[in-house]
Design a binder for this molecule. Structure first.
Ligand SMILES: [Zn+2]
Length: 293
């Protein structure tokens, strides 16, 4: 689908059918499937950085609405993740590592073909994070990552990515890089809650952990890693639990907006900054906002 249609389709479907619609929807999607409750346009022109674990604002979701996001792929478990999402007719957002996209372009194209939003997560996912690079080197890594995702997904890379979404590896942003991305029309995503799936745990333990966090918060942008086998194994049960507990999945797509945003409650503090400081030490505090994250 070309970019123009990608931008217009959610609005067209909302007006004509009073419901979201997607090209390539799973033919088996019935009323028991989780599905997508609504589509939220993300307007890159607003210069947003969203997700309460890093930023004092997030997507304005209703109670019991969730956005599913997956980092660090494409990787070995990614097809299992895509299979689970397709069975439940759910759309998610993937933040790809550029060198993984180069290695597994068929999976990038599958993500796009199945209606997911595909953003980027740097080219090299440096262990020391982009924050500890000099600004020019960090920008070059971001640009190379975007180009790698575009080339893998669409066969070429233009100036603007098809899906101008970015997540910092380890959430380790800097004010200069945030300004750079805002100027490029790219929205930055943190998360509202995560599954802590960088820790080794069983799929059952991961399911319990993420559901308990979700029940506490009631909604939010959830961070998983499609590079983790336990996450891929957990996902079918997680999606069923969403359904049985009355949660609805919201899909984010690039759009002209306006993007609905809500401010953090009074007394907000960053969760990720404390973790970055602990992980990277004093050097990390020269910037703003975790290792395999
Ligand atoms: Zn990551």
């Amino acid at each position: 689908m070309n970019r123009f249609l990608r931008l217009l389709l959610p609005a067209f479907c909302a007006i004509v059918f009073a419901a979201p619609c997607f090209a390539g929807a799973h033919p088996a999607c019935g009323p028991d499937a989780v599905g997508v409750a609504r589509v939220i346009p993300i307007n890159g022109g607003q210069g947003l950085a969203l997700g309460l674990q890093s930023y004092p604002r997030t997507l304005d979701l209703h109670d019991h609405e969730v956005v599913l996001t997956f980092d660090d792929g494409p990787a070995g478990p990614t097809p299992l993740v895509l299979d689970a999402l397709a069975r439940e007719c759910v759309r998610a957002t993937f933040f790809l590592v550029g060198h993984n996209a180069e290695a597994l372009p068929d999976l990038v194209r599958r993500e796009i073909a199945e209606g997911h939003s595909v953003g980027s997560h740097s080219y090299s996912h440096p262990a020391s994070t982009l924050r500890l690079m000099n600004d020019a080197t960090a920008r070059a890594d971001i640009e190379r990552g975007i180009a790698a995702v575009e080339t893998a997904g669409y066969g070429h890379a233009g100036i603007s990515p098809h899906t101008p979404f970015f997540r910092f590896p380890g959430f380790a942003d800097t004010p200069a890089l945030l300004s750079f991305l805002a100027g490029r029309g790219i929205t930055v995503f943190g998360s509202d809650l995560w599954a802590s799936d960088w820790r080794k745990m069983t799929p059952e333990a991961e399911l319990d952990l993420v559901m308990s966090r979700l029940e506490k918060l009631g909604k939010g942008i959830i961070l998983f890693h499609d590079s983790k086998l336990a996450t891929a194994q957990m996902l079918p049960a997680f999606l069923r639990q969403l359904k049985t507990r009355g949660y609805r999945v919201v899909h984010m797509t690039p759009g002209a907006g306006p993007t609905p945003v809500t401010a953090a409650p009074p007394g907000w503090t960053s969760t990720t900054e404390a973790i970055i400081a602990k992980t990277l030490g004093g050097d990390a505090m020269s910037g703003e906002a975790p290792g395999g994250r």
